[in-house]
Design a protein around this ligand. Structure first.
Ligand code: FAD
Ligand code: FES
Ligand code: MG
Length: 279
């Protein structure tokens, strides 16, 4: 059992969870993830490691409660426990030094971006972070990002804060070919695909952190299969980060939709049992 030390709501349906994990805290690197089961009846879900504390022997994750298992996770109380947690999993994010770097994220991807953007900055790069949210009240970790990068810009879909539009439109409005040498993108698949398309001829080495469906996280089940540059890869062990310009995003979209009907039914049954309105 993994004790929950702290829980904080960051935005509608988005929660930060700090859990006791002394061994993971010592070994994780930005870009890596864990797999948790909130309860012993839950399925396994992957979550990015966002931060850690040696003093508190803990790691932090940020969870967007979108379905049954993420809702079970954020419903757990402080001093309660996750049924189990395994990690750190995956390869660390690619790092470089002395370069002009752009880090882009949308939605809960902003939390996943934070440790990577900070690591780029700490490694001696000039880091511009471009972050997207639905609306002003959905923006998360603004202070932490501001403190960790050289330049932070926000885009909101409804224009209530920063640039009116999405992150890729923001990117195109402030930069062009040659302005950045290295980049990292994480978030919804259409956004990562658009970022890759927009920068294909920019001479920018863009790394995308992919979010396929994962089950075991150890390369055994094949659930997280992705195609990169025509080759089959398993995101849990070969990634989750890959060359964005080589990823087959259409296949990733199809595979992530494979269980949509089942996920919707499961969520309805869950909401029904605990008396929630799912609309
Ligand atoms: P469901 O209703 O079951 O599913 C909703 C959608 O989530 C699905 O359509 C599918 O696209 C995706 N999904 C469902 N099951 C899985 C699964 N086992 N693995 C991956 N995706 C799934 N989310 C966060 O909020 N914070 C994070 O830090 C974070 N990090 C991630 C890191 C990695 C490497 C990956 C692959 C995913 C990450 N996710 C993160 C996404 C998170 O795992 C899914 O939102 C979660 O599994 C949804 O489960 P559910 O039962 O609540 O929703
Ligand atoms: Fe099973 Fe990657 S999650 S092979
Ligand atoms: Mg689920």
């Amino acid at each position: 059992m993994t004790r929950i030390l702290a829980k904080r709501q960051l935005a509608p349906e988005v929660y930060l969870l700090e859990v006791e994990a002394p061994r993971i805290q010592k070994r994780w690197k930005p870009g890596m993830f864990i797999i948790i089961r909130p309860t012993d009846q839950s399925e396994r879900i992957p979550l990015t490691i966002v931060d850690s504390s040696a003093e508190r022997q803990s790691i932090t994750m940020v969870i967007q409660a979108i379905g049954k298992t993420t809702k079970e996770a954020v419903a757990l109380p402080v001093d309660g426990a996750l049924a189990d947690l395994v990690g750190p999993l995956g390869e660390a994010a690619t790092m470089t030094t002395g370069k002009k770097v752009v880090c882009m994220a949308g939605g809960v991807g902003v939390a996943e971006l934070l440790p990577v953007a900070k690591a780029f900055h700490d490694a001696g790069n000039h880091v511009t972070a471009l972050c997207g949210a639905r609306s002003d009240n959905y923006r998360i970790l603004d202070e932490e990002l501001k403190a960790g990068v050289d330049r932070l810009e926000w885009a909101t879909d409804d224009g209530t804060f920063g640039f009116h539009g999405n992150v890729v439109q923001l990117l195109k409005s402030i930069a062009g070919p040659g302005d950045f040498e290295e980049g990292h993108v994480i978030g919804p698949i259409p956004m990562m695909k658009a970022a890759a398309e927009a920068t294909r001829d920019w001479g920018l080495k863009l790394h995308a952190s992919l979010n396929p469906i994962m089950i075991d996280g150890t390369g055994m089940c094949g659930g997280c299969r992705v195609t990169v540059g025509g080759e089959v890869k398993f995101a849990c062990v070969d990634g989750p980060e890959f060359d964005a310009h080589l990823v087959d995003f259409d296949e990733l979209t199809r595979r992530n939709r494979a269980y949509r009907d089942w996920e919707a039914k499961t969520m309805e049954r869950h909401a029904c049992r605990i008396g929630l309105d799912v609309r």
